[in-house]
Design a binder for this molecule. Structure first.
Ligand code: NAP
Length: 245
């Protein structure tokens, strides 16, 4: 098992990529802190699923953009498991609407959750990890490398920020903490469920593998980065997009 006796906190683990990562890590022996924001019943169901796998988990409601809540979440996690070895900064939101219809409030909310949330969780995780070491995995997006288009301008900016923050954190937290980033392409989750069918068809056509990825395919890469298999990696950005042009 690659994460035997490790404790992992995964933000936005109630659904999608975060959920798949929680299950994958638990199968590799990790105890899991499932952070959620609004999907309480799904988070609680996941706690039970992880216990059935033979590991342990708790679910903690916390808005990752709110410093007080983040501080409390890490306090609660530490009280329950006594340590945190791995943080996956996965929580994210998107407003797919025309650029100039986006309000300042929507811009700020996107940056607060997707970027400030990564800063806050990394800050409180690192206070714990700097003593005994640890690993952080950030989830950015290929939108942070090549902008996807004006409808997601705020989201794209937040994901550029996550890539930049990964490199700065890797320098700041070395050598005790390794921090790397995954830039997924299209993944089949709730985040994309309202996209127009024709647009989805076109995007699949542009993807070399002719499909969207699964959350489990991102979880595999998160496991690699969280484990000792990636012991000489820090500050790296891994693109996982099935090939895209
Ligand atoms: P998803 O299915 O929509 O799930 C989003 C998760 O984020 C949910 O668990 C949600 O929790 C949580 N969340 C939202 N706001 C939060 C907040 N303020 N505090 C804490 N948690 C919050 O999305 P996904 O596709 O799995 O995306 C996961 C990550 O991958 C995101 O960072 C996203 O930008 C990135 N990504 C996704 C794709 C893709 O194509 N799907 C591609 C590239 C990158 P609740 O349900 O409890 O509210």
């Amino acid at each position: 098992m690659k994460l035997k006796d490790k404790v992992a906190l995964i933000t936005g683990a109630s659904r999608g990529i975060g959920r798949a990562t929680a299950v994958r890590f638990a199968k590799e022996g990790a105890k899991i802190i499932i952070n959620y924001f609004s999907s309480e019943s799904q988070a609680k169901k996941l706690v039970e699923e992880i216990k059935k796998i033979g590991s342990d988990a708790i679910a903690i409601k916390c808005d990752v953009s709110q410093e007080k809540e983040v501080k409390e979440m890490f306090g609660q996690a530490l009280k329950k498991f006594g340590k945190i070895d791995v943080l996956v900064n996965n929580a994210g939101i998107v407003y797919d609407i025309p650029l100039f219809q986006k309000t300042v409030e929507q811009w700020k909310r996107t940056l607060d959750v997707n970027l400030i949330g990564v800063f806050l969780c990394s800050k409180y995780a690192s206070e714990i990890m700097l003593k005994k070491g640890g690993v952080i995995v950030n989830i950015s997006s290929t939108n942070g490398i090549n902008s996807n288009g004006p409808d997601s301008a705020d989201y794209d900016a937040s994901k550029v920020g996550v890539i930049s923050l990964t490199k700065n954190l890797a320098e700041e937290l070395a050598p005790k903490i390794r921090i790397n980033c995954i830039a997924p392409g299209w993944i089949d989750t709730d985040m994309n469920k309202n996209l127009p069918k024709d647009y989805v068809k076109g995007e699949k056509e542009k993807t070399f593998l002719k499909r969207f990825g699964t959350p489990e395919e991102i979880a595999s890469v998160a496991l690699f980065l969280a484990s000792d298999d990636a012991s000489f990696m820090s500050g790296s950005i891994m693109v996982v997009d099935g090939g895209y042009k």
